[in-house]
Design a protein around this ligand. Structure first.
Ligand code: GBH
Length: 489
């Protein structure tokens, strides 16, 4: 806070101006304001040149048009149409109607200065039955989106799977069957073949941890199953296997020079106190708590602790599976919303996870506990433990009880506070050399928030779902400033 005080105010508060920093950022800010009418950030808050600023969405959450142009049914169509599964019975039938309004949306992206946009492809638009004959109108839609983005100087980042599995595959066992992993690779290769002349970055799966644990173990997301541990572990194995086979298929079918990664919501472990013992504990936790997903992908093996912990319920796998799972990737995408606080512990693991007290602050979604330090520690640990050299924050954002005023504003001060504090931690890492190359805010606009329906808004743009009118929230103005100055605003 010191940089907010003038020397005189400093002296008043602290009894002397002697300790006040000689060049006060607050004064230089005022000078900059006077000079060019805009507030420049203190130099230390700038990101490196070329840092990419983006925003993200996912097919089922924004597209709507679920019957258009030969799209097949996905498990989210089925699930959301099953009574009692989503808040208010909401479905993605119309969502943001982005399928028809993508040009208008891309103009809004351009208006806020977005440099990159992460979207996902709906598998059932490409292969309505999951496998078999591709539907040319499906790939055509994404091809037009990519062209429109490029025409507006926005780099497309493409996710192959953001949870909308073709229902036809679920009917044959879905992720319980390894055939789904193979079908995914086939589909990923096809999309890469058609888009890689214009898309440079592909992500295989979005958040394996979420769709496996919540969809197949807890039953709160599609397909709504509550499988026993051994089966959940096998589903998890098929997810990482799909990622690995997908990486291979993308490389085999894409133009050379493209980059492949994934977008995982790894547990972002942070030390509760930044002392060597707690930092060491958090580093161990980072590896073990992600053993079923990111660790398996980056090491091509399950940790001993993971296999021992699951015992007879551990997944069944072959060496060839593990080799595929560990296929080299070019970057790691991290979706980050919360942090997992870790402390050192005397037990065999050497660490303990601290469960949140009831008073812990959260955003509108009760799971969304505020923990900006995860954006510092998670990428740092990933770079240190596995030598990863290219990391993106593929999602970060917050739900808020946004209210549109009668004169058309949304003053989402809580979202701005959230974003600013997370970006401050990200900046801390980047300025120490943690190789985060870009950041995608979730989400570009309010959308279908899965089981929570439309009531939980994550957008930088407010969407009136009756009229489809988009309104930039105050946070969109904030983010636009961040992008324009390549630093915190
Ligand atoms: C991401 O998930 C998703 O990638 C994105 O699609 C989503 O819109 C966004 O975040 C915001 O949620 O109902 O108690 O079981 C973030 C991780 C996993 C957090 C699912 C919420 C459900 C909590 N999410 N989880 S609960």
């Amino acid at each position: 806070m010191l940089n907010r005080f003038s020397r005189r105010e400093f002296a008043k508060l602290f009894g002397s101006a002697a300790l006040a920093p000689t060049i006060l950022p607050a004064l230089s800010t005022e000078r900059a304001l006077a000079q060019n009418g805009t507030i420049a950030p203190p130099a230390q808050q700038l990101f490196p040149n070329g840092f990419l600023w983006g925003s993200a969405t996912a097919s089922y959450q924004v597209e709507g048009a679920v019957k258009a142009d030969g799209r097949g049914v996905s498990i989210w169509d089925t699930f959301s149409h099953t009574p009692g599964k989503t808040n208010n019975g909401d479905t993605g039938d119309v969502a943001d109607d982005h399928y028809h309004r993508y040009k208008e949306d891309i103009q809004l992206m351009k208006a806020m200065g977005l440099q990159t946009y992460r979207f996902s492809v709906a598998w059932s638009r490409i292969f309505p039955n999951g496998t078999g004959m591709p539907n040319p109108k499906g790939i055509d839609f994404y091809s037009r989106v990519v062209d429109e983005l490029l025409a507006n100087k926005i780099q497309p980042y493409c996710t192959l799977f953001h949870w909308d599995l073709p229902q036809a595959l679920e009917d044959k066992g879905g992720w319980q069957s390894r055939e789904t992993s193979e079908a995914f690779a086939n589909y990923a290769g096809y999309v890469a073949q058609h888009l890689s002349d214009r898309v440079t970055h592909f992500m295989t799966l979005n958040e394996m941890r979420s769709f496996v644990d919540i969809g197949y173990r807890d039953g709160r997301h599609a397909p709504g199953l509550k499988l026993p541990p051994a089966k959940v572990n096998q589903v998890r194995h098929h997810a990482v296997l799909a990622h690995g086979l997908g990486v291979q298929a993308i490389r085999a079918h894409a133009k050379s020079g493209i980059k492949v990664g994934l977008a995982e919501n790894a547990e972002a472990c942070s030390p509760i106190i930044e002392t060597p013992e707690h930092i060491e504990a958090a580093r161990k936790a980072m590896r073990e708590e992600n053993a079923g997903y990111l660790t398996a992908v980056l090491e091509g093996k399950y940790t001993e602790q993971y296999l021992a912990h699951h015992g007879a319920n551990a997944p069944k796998f072959t060496d060839a599976d593990m080799k595929a799972i560990g296929s080299p990737i070019d970057f790691v995408g991290l979706n980050n919303y919360t942090t997992t606080w870790v402390r050192a512990d005397a037990d065999a693991k050497g660490y303990a996870i601290i469960s949140a007290p009831e008073s812990y602050p959260h955003m509108m979604s009760s799971w969304l506990r505020v923990g900006p330090q995860g954006l510092y520690w998670a990428p740092k640990f990933i770079a240190e433990i596995w030598g990863v050299k290219e990391i993106y924050i593929t999602e970060n954002g917050a739900s808020s009880t946004d209210v549109l005023t009668t004169d058309g504003h949304v003053y989402d001060s809580d979202r701005i506070m959230y974003l600013r504090s997370y970006l401050t931690q990200l900046h801390r890492g980047v300025s120490e050399g943690v190789p985060v190359k870009g950041y995608f805010c979730w989400s570009f606009m309010d959308n279908f928030e899965w089981a929570d329906g439309y009531a939980y808004r994550f957008g930088l743009h407010y969407v009136d779902f009756k009229t489809q009118k988009r309104t930039p929230k105050m946070s969109a103005h904030f983010y636009k400033e961040v992008i324009a100055r390549n630093g915190l605003a």
